[in-house]
Design a protein around this ligand. Structure first.
Ligand SMILES: C[S@@+](CC[C@H](N)C(=O)[O-])C[C@H]1O[C@@H](n2cnc3c(N)ncnc32)[C@H](O)[C@@H]1O
Length: 247
């Protein structure tokens, strides 16, 4: 059994847990192949464009997020579920050897994700599934993470219920998300003006989603939210939050 420290959003050690999770202990909930395949996001054009675009933006986002992601995702337990892992942008912030169960419905991301896993020495168990139906048993993991995903999931309340379900009591969910700007601000106007094309282009991404409100309503024992501004020319995503929620 391995004992480790978990970090709060401010980087300070905040809880001590016994992480006896091994990949062997986490059994997959059996799901018929056909069913899981229909959950894949495999639009022949947009799926590829998004995968390629994310890969292209990898270095840019690393420059923008480096410090905040190191703080949020550094020192996580040795087994982590990552929702919407994309092209593997977050793997570099995990300790080498961390095992990641990656839930990624866009199959066009998978080859980039596998390459990132090799590059950062983070073994990945990749599932073409969605956050709304995570193929893991109840209470089977200590840590779930994601970035820039809750804006895109089709049924966010169900996705959050699923994240809670797979976490053990006391387990944590770390996420970084862009959020809706307060009404009346210039940023809110930009988000409103771009919402429709944005949603189409980025496969369901809603720049106006009240992610913080959804997290607070999701039944976690505690939700710690740290707002920050991402200094980026991608204006609709400038307003963001770093969240740690405890089941
Ligand atoms: C903007 S990308 C972010 C990717 C990665 N997390 C990052 O920060 O670079 C959004 C990701 O969420 C995934 N996604 C969309 N809908 C999803 C769902 N219902 N369940 C899980 N992932 C989803 C997309 O396929 C995509 O990989």
């Amino acid at each position: 059994m391995k004992t480790m420290m978990l970090k709060a959003a401010n980087g300070a050690p905040s809880a001590r847990i016994d992480a006896e999770v091994t990949m062997q202990a986490i059994e997959t909930v059996s799901m018929p192949l056909r069913e899981s395949a229909t959950e894949a996001l495999d639009h022949p054009v947009r799926g590829r464009v998004n995968a390629w675009g994310l890969r292209l933006l990898d270095a840019y986002f690393h420059r923008k997020y480096r410090d905040i992601k190191r703080e949020a995702f550094g020192g996580l337990p040795r087994v982590v579920v990552e929702i919407g892992a994309g092209t593997g942008a977050n793997l570099r912030y995990l300790d080498p050897g961390t095992r990641v169960i990656a839930i990624e419905p866009n199959v066009h991301m998978h080859r980039y994700l596998r390459a990132a896993a090799r590059r950062w020495h983070v073994p990945v168990d990749l599932r073409a599934a969605t956050a709304e139906r995570i193929p893991l048993p109840d209470g089977s993991v200590d840590a779930v993470m994601c970035s820039l995903v809750l804006c895109s999931v089709r049924i966010p309340a169900r996705a959050l219920a699923e994240i809670r379900r797979v976490l053990r009591p006391g387990g944590r969910f770390w996420c970084l998300e862009h959020v809706a700007a307060p009404e009346g601000t210039a940023l809110a106007q930009v988000q409103r003006a771009l919402a429709r094309p944005w949603h189409w282009l980025f496969e369901g991404c809603d720049p106006r989603r009240d992610v913080t409100g959804l997290l607070r309503a999701a039944g976690f024992a505690s939700v710690e939210v740290r707002p920050f501004t991402l200094h980026t020319g991608i204006v609709p995503i400038r307003r963001q939050v770093a969240v740690v929620a405890v089941r």
